[in-house]
Design a protein around this ligand. Structure first.
Ligand SMILES: [Zn+2]
Length: 250
């Protein structure tokens, strides 16, 4: 479903991206750096309300840059000798990093939407794997699933003991508001920000993750020092959920 707002957002994104590339071409000093592609950039382009959203070179979002930065810092370790399930793999830098794993599964409910090799169809509502994965990654996925507690339990079962789920969701400051696919798409867009979202998460997403028996660490870009955050345009919050047991990687 395409709405006027979304078209306007997309057009603005394109214009500011072009302007940034032009500034660089005209000799503006590139004083920022994108951790996703390594490029020196003059700034990040606007998307919606966020004036520092996308990398003009690779398109990486603040959350994609945060993930790359955390991995580069060693705060997060990609289990390259293990198995990774990567849902909705539209962040190219993370596909590159995760596909180095011995057993890499890029997956989505609708694999045809992705230009990634070996896409697999996975419906998280019916994910039946047990003790299979070392890492599960899903950015902006949980707000699409009909029953998120069922999905969190499925993810927990699918992970090996000690395995981790790295989850990012759109957040607001208020408590989570749940909906369903019975609500008309236009109403879902109004309430949850996008027509195919069925809830809007708040900070209490953490409680749901813990209720599914995970140990949880929240890594918020806001806690990173201001200079670093500005230099790399880092934003967003990672919910790092660990299935108890196994050898601790921390
Ligand atoms: Zn980049």
């Amino acid at each position: 479903m395409i709405t006027v707002q979304r078209v306007a957002k997309a057009a603005g994104k394109h214009l500011t991206k072009t302007a940034l590339q032009l500034r660089k071409a005209l000799g503006a000093r590139a004083t920022r750096s994108c951790p996703a592609c390594g490029a020196a950039v003059v700034g990040f382009f606007r998307y919606g309300d966020n004036g520092q959203w996308g990398c003009p070179e690779c398109g990486a979002s603040p959350r994609e840059r945060l993930m790359n930065w955390l991995i580069q810092q060693g705060a997060l370790k990609v289990p390259t000798d293990g198995a990774i399930l990567h849902m909705a793999p539209n962040e190219a830098s993370l596909v590159r990093r995760f596909s180095a794993a011995a057993d890499y599964t890029p997956a989505d409910l609708d694999p045809s939407r992705y230009g990634v090799a070996n896409m697999t169809r996975v419906d998280l509502m019916n994910l039946a794997d047990r003790d299979r994965y070392d890492l599960f990654y899903a950015s902006h996925v949980m707000e699409h699933v009909p029953d998120d507690m069922a999905v969190l339990r499925n993810i927990h079962r699918a992970l090996k003991p000690g395995g981790e789920a790295w989850l990012i969701v759109p957040l607001w400051d208020k408590p989570t508001e749940d909906g369903s696919f019975d609500i008309p798409p236009r109403e879902r867009e109004r309430r949850f920000g996008q027509w195919d979202h069925v809830r809007q998460y708040g900070p209490d997403f953490a409680d749901r993750i813990r209720a599914a028996d995970f140990d949880l660490e929240e890594i918020d870009a806001a806690t990173i020092d201001v200079a670093t955050r500005h230099f790399h345009g880092l934003d967003d919050r990672l919910f790092r959920a660990r299935k108890p047991g196994g050898e601790s990687a921390r």
